[in-house]
Ligand binder design. Sequence first.
Ligand code: PLP
Length: 498
Amino acid sequence: MKSPGGMLLASIELDRTGSVPLYRQLYLQIRQQILAGHLHGGMRLPSTRTLCAELGLSRITILNAFDQLTAEGFLEPRPGAGTFVCAEWGVRDAAADEPRKAPRLSNLSQSVLSLRSDHFSGISYAAWEPGCPTSFLPSHAAYDAFPLPIWKRLMSRHLRQPTKDMLSYGELKGQRALREAIAEYLYDARGIHCSAQQVVIVSGAQQAFNLLGMLLLDPQDSVWMEDPGHIAARIAFQAQGSRIVPLRIDEEGIDVQQGLRECPGARLAFTTPSRQHPLGTTMSYARRLELIEWAGRNLGWIIEDDCDSEFRYQGRPQPALYAMDQWSRVVYVGTFSKVLFPSLRLGYVILPEALVEPFCAMRAVMDRSPATLLQAVTADFMREGHFLGHIRRMRALYQARQHCLLETLQKRLGHFIRVQPVDAGMHLIGWMPPELNDAAIAQGLASQQIYTYALSDYCIQRYLPPGLLIGFAGTPEEQAVDKVEALAQGLISMGYRL
Ligand SMILES: Cc1ncc(COP(=O)(O)O)c(C=O)c1O
């Protein structure tokens, strides 16, 4: 075993080029060794002579460090015997020196960890770097086209004249001006008739799904989920202990008849009717009526996730489920993540009146309301006409980007993947031959910094051929050829013949 002196000397590393004085570096490192229990009470430190020789320091530097450690009760000089670690630092419990064990986690935390790691196996959080030149991640918008000068101007206006509201907690439901702007926008764009009282601002749609799960579900309650469907929402409900009932998607949307056959008494249905996520199907009018009828008659709830209804390129948008619901069973969830940018962390929930107070109570316990400054800027952005202008510009831009990426993919990879234009949203699906494993392909590509998602990650039961989600919104036309070539080379290097 190493002597304490040897241990100390081996662990000291000095930076002779940095701005921190050497005596302070020595002081900090000895203190850290004592706090971590590597040097314990009663240990004798090497003599100043040894330290001078081994560390190449002057005696005065060492004495300065020792003096400070002595003054702070870490060291005690004993005349004639040397310098010792003060007795009160004790001998560390041997158990503390065992290799660190995994922390003991709650059942909820363990289930979230394992549910999360079942998905996105090829993609790490690092892959979300928006600047990655070979990323096709579907959730990335055209950050290059965001009107930052306008945003900056609106932000400066609020910072120049900060109100008390700006510095305080703000209203629990979210800023009134923003709630009013959202209610007005949804009336025009989605046919939703609601008051600002029914709008609650949340930090993104994902928070809404978690809060709604806590509000509406008990353990063992059944939840109809689209299959394939939005993974993060599913995990939020599974974490509450609910039982997932996967329902297939056909050309009209979620298969309500399957739900009625397999589990008519479900408590909740989660759906993305404007643009089924991830397949892109628009739910038909008849299917909407069927779903609402189920909820009304069975006292079920519907969560309508309308995360990117703004980006529709073909056909007229269907009215929101919320707008068609006579039974007050639909909760509408919207987000600014796609239409503005995700780091804003602003989303909203439109609640039937009976749920407003219980939802707010839950929200107050979780985290109150998002940053008031960002809510105020977003409200101005909407009220002063920038929001609608931005949507119009992005719709045209995304349509052009989709067209260009689709053509490039067809030309370069048309024998390997089959792509078709989508009516809405921000990604294409590249369908692949049935014998291939899309998860392995996504993982192999990710290891070469080419990021896509495997369709199978979104599936609960496997009934679809393999596919890759390929985002087009974040792929400028002039980059399409290079990015598709990188994708092709990535596939070739994995041994696929294109
Ligand atoms: C289907 C779907 N719903 C909602 C969201 C938005 O989540 P958030 O508002 O938490 O960013 C996403 C984000 O990628 C999504 O894909």
